[in-house]
Design a protein around this ligand. Structure first.
Ligand code: SME
Length: 156
């Protein structure tokens, strides 16, 4: 169970390597999307010690806040708006080293300094959600996060 997640490593890439099989095991045998998103948020927030981890779900022309762990967040994001809306519109993973420098960034918390945002796809390769991971330090995210978060998202 989630409380049994164990991360002993200190280096980010090693932490992900330890976390991944545990998240995989956690999701096995459960096909409910929201339940699995919720557990991914908790595993990433507490396993990786991120400031905020959450999913925004595609609903019509907007992203609507879904499962998350962290401080309260804005509930609706229009296509193209903020980092999440831009990742959705461009169909791209976005890494932002300093959120203040991203045009149109939506500040849900003044403590959030950098973020990585990944589109989540269904089996038809349509974007069904956005995974948003925020840090309270600048430039926290790089290719290592991109690689492992992509792998984790593919478990959904
Ligand atoms: N910063 C995001 C909005 C979501 S919150 O940070 C939780 C953005 O600009 O899309």
């Amino acid at each position: 169970m989630a409380e049994d997640l164990k991360i002993n490593a200190t280096l980010k890439k090693d932490k992900y390597a330890e976390l991944f099989p545990q998240v995989k095991a956690l999701l096995e045998g459960e096909n409910d999307l929201v339940a699995n998103m919720a557990n991914i948020c908790s595993a990433l927030k507490y396993g990786m010690d991120f400031f905020w981890v959450g999913f925004y779900l595609v609903k019509g022309n907007e992203l609507v806040l879904g499962p998350f762990q962290g401080t309260v967040a804005c509930t609706r994001i229009a296509k193209g708006k903020g980092v999440c809306g831009a990742a959705w519109q461009k169909n791209e993973i976005l890494i932002v080293d300093d959120v203040e420098k991203f045009p149109g960034h939506i500040a849900c918390s003044a403590l959030s300094k950098s973020e990585i945002v990944l589109p989540i796809y269904n089996s038809k390769k349509e974007i069904i959600a956005i995974l948003d991971v925020d840090s309270d330090s600048f430039a926290s995210f790089d290719k290592t996060d991109e690689e492992w978060l992509k792998k984790i998202a593919e478990l959904l």
